[in-house]
Design a protein around this ligand. Structure first.
Ligand code: A2P
Length: 356
């Protein structure tokens, strides 16, 4: 059966990659609808060799749509996805709008595909930083259990959208030209103050919570638990995070410290589990200076892991370095991968009386 697929936010950093990933997927597409705001309505994009005109999004845009891939911001998802579900479309949402809703599965196919079976019309993609960390931690957790995770992130500008990515480029150019850098977007859209990212580090991603953590850090803590604990049925895992924006275009890096429950695990054991895990590529050969890097991960669907080594003080504790393309596994590929599984498992229908 051939499907009608809508991409909401089709002109954005993630949306344009959703088009590419859908194009390369096994999904049989009868029609693709490219939806954005009035600003880009009328633009022409390509899908599988055909021209497609970008349309302004309205509730009626979702008539006859089977699957929605959405990445136009949380408020746009909140406004339009219930309209899409009402019209019978199953939505894979890349924004944070519905992630913590108990009726919305939060899915990384390699880790908790089974959670998709109880969807009510919306399935959420986790945050980009959460996805790559959990892809790497899941095989370790399954084999040895996890007691604690301490993560520091090194997050690329494109994670804040196309405009933030352009802002980084413009700042770098201005600085090299001897001009003043003009920051309007980062650290986060809508904040009171803005700072340049070029030649800088910004320890703020998203807004601050009352407890002093940023909302990005909150997402990494709570989404990790929702994915690994609710759906993998374990005891608690302590998680803490520091999220930092770095002047990289594409590809997030993460320094991950973790303590396993089974203290017989060695670094070699953990490397072997990672090497065999779906979606993971082990790049770990210090003698030959082989380790994951954003420039090497860009454009790839995998999560790359290296620098696996035991902590020298704490038994059962390790450090590793995780890199993935934040726009692909962190967003567009994970969403299209979910859509592929929905199609393969005959889950592209909204249950009766869905209340979203
Ligand atoms: P547009 O290009 O018309 O502004 P990014 O994450 O790279 O910033 O991209 C955001 C995406 O969300 C873009 O495709 C943008 O379209 C789209 N978008 C933003 N606001 C709306 C809206 N109110 N309705 C529909 N799409 C929107």
């Amino acid at each position: 059966e051939s499907l009608t697929v809508a991409i909401l936010g089709a002109t954005g950093a993630v949306g344009t990659r959703m088009i590419d990933q859908l194009e390369a997927s096994a999904i049989s597409v009868k029609k693709v609808k490219l939806l954005a705001s009035a600003r880009s309505a009328g633009e022409i994009r390509q899908f599988r060799g055909e021209n497609v005109v970008v349309e302004e999004t309205t509730p009626e845009s979702f008539e006859g749509v089977d699957i929605v891939l959405s990445s136009a911001g949380g408020s746009v998802s909140k406004k339009f996805l219930p309209e899409a579900v009402k019209r019978g479309a199953v939505c894979v949402d890349n924004t944070s709008a519905f992630r913590m809703d108990p009726d919305v599965p939060l899915v990384i196919p390699e880790v908790n595909e089974q959670a998709m079976y109880k969807h009510h019309g919306i399935i959420a993609n986790p945050n980009c930083s959460t996805i790559q960390m959990v892809v790497a931690l899941a095989p370790i957790y399954q084999a040895y259990g996890l007691k604690q995770v301490i993560v520091s992130t090194y997050q690329a500008a494109s994670g804040a959208g196309q405009s933030a990515w352009k802002e980084l480029d413009a700042e770098a150019q201005a600085h090299l030209d001897g001009d003043k850098m003009d920051a309007q977007i980062l650290p986060t859209k809508g904040e009171k103050k803005h700072y340049p990212l070029a030649f800088n580090l910004l320890p703020q991603i998203d807004v601050f919570e009352d407890d002093g953590y940023t909302h990005e850090e909150w997402k990494m803590i709570h989404e990790t638990k929702k994915i690994m604990l609710d759906d993998m049925d374990a005891g608690d895992i302590k998680v803490t995070a520091t999220c930092v924006r770095v002047p990289v275009a594409v590809g997030h890096g993460e320094s991950v410290y973790f303590e396993v429950a089974d203290q017989s695990a060695t670094a070699k054991d953990i490397q072997a589990k990672l090497a065999a895990a779906p979606g993971v590529v082990l790049q770990d050969d210090p003698d030959h200076q082989i380790y994951p890097q954003p420039l090497l991960a860009e454009g790839k669907r995998d999560t790359f892991v290296g620098r696996v080594r035991p902590d020298l003080e704490n038994a059962g504790a390790f450090n590793m370095w995780v890199v993935s393309d934040n726009l692909l596994k962190g967003a567009a590929w994970n969403a299209v991968q979910i859509a592929e599984r929905l199609v393969a498992d005959d889950l592209v229908r909204v249950p009766e009386n869905s209340q979203l």
